[in-house]
Design a protein around this ligand. Sequence first.
Ligand SMILES: CSC[C@H]1O[C@H](OP(=O)(O)O)[C@H](O)[C@@H]1O
Ligand SMILES: Nc1ncnc2[nH]cnc12
Length: 290
Amino acid sequence: MSDWTIGIIGGSGLYAMDALEDAQWISVKSPWGEPSDEILCGTIGHVRVRFLPRHGRGHRIAPSNINARANIDALKRAGCTDILAISAVGSLSEELPPGRFVTVDQFIDNTKGRPASFYGDGFVTHVSMAEPVCPRLSKHALKAVEKAGGGCSEGATYLAMEGPQFSSRAESKLYRHWGAEVIGMTGMPEAKLAREAELPYALLAMVTDYDSWRDDAESVDVAEIVKQMNANAAIARKAVEIFCKGLPKKRNPSPIDQALADAVITAPDKHDKALVAKLDAVAGRLLGKG
Ligand SMILES: CSC[C@H]1O[C@H](OP(=O)(O)O)[C@H](O)[C@@H]1O
Ligand SMILES: Nc1ncnc2[nH]cnc12
């Protein structure tokens, strides 16, 4: 085995992974509540893999109710060094037609009221989100999609909306004006929480529809999305396999492994002990528990 442990967060249409060897669903307890499901633990080539379906098997959990804190904490407890997340997205750009993949490199967080941080009173922490994804993982994911036979564009701004309803035509057009290129309901706060847990994170987006900004076209619906998701799922699965098998044996450190360095501002004598106890995994390196 190499020293990579890759967490795969499966989005809509991706609820299990056949490519894992010696695979076993394992329950991981988190002080942040219930993760979306058990974690499928196994290996692909020389890489340990921990697969978590974001909506749970059978797509039980609505986007607003995904416990992203528990999911990221559980993946960290399961030993993950890095996370590759997969998401179905609507396109806000003519250049990103349904069927295309794209690596997300920026986010606009328009979600409302989701718990978006592990930290707070008694352990106030401010990490940088200027560059929200890991470029090393993103580049590797793009190449893996191409090797799997898919078309993949490099870099898109992802608008995270609350949902569960799709956007109105006016909202869809507004998000385009904001510079967003794809839209989904789950990328945030997931990406923020991965950064707070010092986990390099990349988001591979699968374009399923054109959202609702094109005046002369039908508006988006779930049937269209599911059809496109099913058409893309095989490439996404193959890409994950190629992604893992193509990683170098040695994992060089990433600056994101130390994202919490200088991020905690609360004086040590003012730490909230109950909160610190819950941070044993996500801030384990900083707290000397890693
Ligand atoms: C099934 S359509 C809307 C649904 O699909 C996306 O999920 P995910 O990001 O987990 O692939 C979107 O964010 C919505 O949750
Ligand atoms: N158009 C869309 N809006 C929000 N989430 C989506 N997921 C897939 N397509 C979407």
